[in-house]
Design a protein around this ligand. Structure first.
Ligand SMILES: [Zn+2]
Length: 193
């Protein structure tokens, strides 16, 4: 089993504990905070939505120093997001990146509603738009289905992001997967492995 496989197993086991009500809340003491205060070695990176219900440490039953988390509305990939994830891989030795979308995503819904958006929100919507357009060919598409397409799109972009992430994926030292978090059940289902 590779490090990435082990990391994925840890994430899914943590989510299983959270969903079943048997979360342990590990690594959340001041002792742990002090232990990792000088150096960190998170076992996975997660790109998730800024949504107030997407608290990664809770959903995956992790604690301080366990996860490198990048959160942005709609879990889209921008240059800044890519740079942050590259940092986690190159400098912190992360071997697994999970892109995680979720049900009832307000950012995805806003992109589907179209029309003009104020301020800087337009650049965010533009990132989700390709998925919305793709899905518009199917008039019965639901926002949750668009969220899944959006996750797949982010995974594809990261996997082909040269030179760092693409190369690491090719040589087998990095795994990038996609998942969707159901806000009601708490379950994270893998979409792309
Ligand atoms: Zn969201």
């Amino acid at each position: 089993m590779t490090n990435a496989d082990k990391a994925l197993q840890l994430l899914m086991e943590g989510n299983g504990r959270f969903v079943s009500g048997s979360a342990r809340g590990p690594n959340r003491t001041i002792t742990r905070a002090r232990d990792v205060s000088r150096a960190q070695s998170p076992f996975a990176a997660v790109l998730g939505c800024s949504d107030s219900r997407e608290s990664m440490d809770i959903i995956f039953d992790c604690g301080i120093g366990d996860l490198f988390v990048v959160r942005i509305a709609g879990n889209v990939v921008s240059d800044m997001v890519m740079g942050s994830l590259e940092f986690s891989v190159l400098k912190l030795g992360v071997s697994l990146i999970m892109v995680m979308g979720h049900t009832n995503c307000g950012a995805v819904q806003a992109a589907m509603d179209s029309g003009e958006v104020p301020g800087h929100m337009g650049s965010l919507m533009k990132e989700i738009e390709p998925c919305v357009n793709l899905c518009r060919r199917n008039p019965d598409i639901t926002p949750d289905e668009v969220s899944r397409e959006n996750v797949k799109n982010s995974v594809t972009r990261l996997r082909s992001a040269g030179p760092i992430l693409e190369e690491k994926c090719m040589d087998g030292s990095l795994l990038i997967v996609g998942g969707i978090h159901d806000l009601y059940s708490g379950t994270v289902d893998l979409l792309i492995q």
